[in-house]
Design a protein around this ligand. Sequence first.
Ligand SMILES: Cc1cc2nc3c(=O)[nH]c(=O)nc-3n(C[C@H](O)[C@H](O)[C@H](O)COP(=O)(O)OP(=O)(O)OC[C@H]3O[C@@H](n4cnc5c(N)ncnc54)[C@H](O)[C@@H]3O)c2cc1C
Length: 473
Amino acid sequence: MVYVRGNPDDYNRWAAQGNPGWSYEEVLPYFLKSEDANIPLSDPNYHGTGGYQSTESFYTTELGNAFIQAGQELGYPLTDYNSPQQIGFSPFQATTRFGRRASTATSFLQPVLNRENLDVLTGARVTRILIDPHTNRAYGVEYNRNDKKMTVRANKEVILCAGALQSPHLLMLSGVGPKEQLVKHGIKTLQDLPVGQTLYDHVAVFNFVFSTNVSMPSLPDLFNYDELLRWYKTGQGPLSAPISSEAVAFLKSNHPNPLDGTSPDFEIVFVRQSLISDNGAVGRRILRIKQEYYQKMYGPLEGMPSISMIPILLHPKSVGCMKLKSADPYDDPLFYANYFSDPENYDIRIMIEAIRFMLRLTETEAFRKYDIRLISDPVLGCEHLEYNSDEYWYCALQFLAGSAYHQTSTCKMGPKHDEKAVVNHELKVYGVGNLRVIDNSVIPVTLAAHTNAPAILIGEVGSDMVKKDWGVL
Ligand SMILES: Cc1cc2nc3c(=O)[nH]c(=O)nc-3n(C[C@H](O)[C@H](O)[C@H](O)COP(=O)(O)OP(=O)(O)OC[C@H]3O[C@@H](n4cnc5c(N)ncnc54)[C@H](O)[C@@H]3O)c2cc1C
């Protein structure tokens, strides 16, 4: 539910790579079009009202405000990160309405479900795009529903929007992908394309635990009559702030930035709870920390009031990829994230700087007032290394880092001469007629965003392209 669009520079790089129509100036009207903003601390020039997608501010406690003050003490502005001034500290903006989740399904789809020209099939799993091998044109999809194999035919075109993990899978199953992989799994190659050859993700550390002298109620404690009534009647209060994220900082490191623009290269998320707040009941399992490791590393901290901060790398140089496991559509494909694999160690150096920045925050007046200190250290497995040395953090990141679930670029958009491009700037698959991809797999470059807002943008721009092509715009 976190709503972050990314930096103007990011979108200008889409356009500069040979994708007309995708510069910041061109995409901003689409962000404004979809939004129905109710965000007091925001720049009205960069927010829309009356659109399908409601956005609001997250609830912030005194601790979240202290995080923002700590940033100001270090000289950073209180900013609206969805304006061009992304660098600074801000309360989070959320895709909620009246304190309730406003997903794209409830915001965009539900209001139009009664349209006569719309059929939505749930519980239907697409297994293949149907492409005529003589003309290389898509003419429908094959899917399974209630254990029955069905097909649906397209009058005009097929639009693939199964996301950055599944769209490339479906293309490959349908004969569109790297020839060598398709041949290996006995799939006839209809179009040799670098599907799945680019995979970006944001690597993050969710399990730094910091002390505080303020005891915040844990989520189960908040499910009491008063808080539920407050949330139900006003849409306000801590129950309106999912997973207790409150505020965020977007920052630029001191390392030479290969992008060299206004886009931040790391982010710090402030959360008013931590991994130990529920004694490892839920968070530990989500983060897949083994019980034994959790007990040794975090068990002794249980019961202490705590918060966490999450550093996130925004512009990784490390590139992952996706490969087919087999030709069976129900066999999940293989993903190789390749975090921290860039030969110059750019990614790891930025992350170490992000961690040291968090430690600097703990030295500010605003944080000292709340006795905010890192307590989940030394990291188990790295005790033999000098604390706070680069080697120590390098080791710690091997244990702690994980996915922020912001995968993109597996069907990358680009001009024809781009060796990694799968779709053109109109999102049409190269070499296959009547087939478009409209989801996060087309994103051509890394983004200083959480990837829901860009997905909404791609949907807005893509739908206008479809309408224009078929003469209804
Ligand atoms: C746990 C988690 C938390 C996140 N939190 C945030 C956040 O707070 N803010 C943010 O900005 N981003 C967040 N993200 C990322 C964000 O959800 C995604 O970037 C975004 O949803 C991508 O949109 P998409 O349309 O490209 O793909 P998706 O949202 O993945 O949509 C693809 C759809 O296709 C369907 N599909 C796939 N394969 C098939 C098939 N074979 N047949 C039929 N249907 C199929 C899927 O069920 C899905 O509904 C989070 C992601 C995760 C996993």
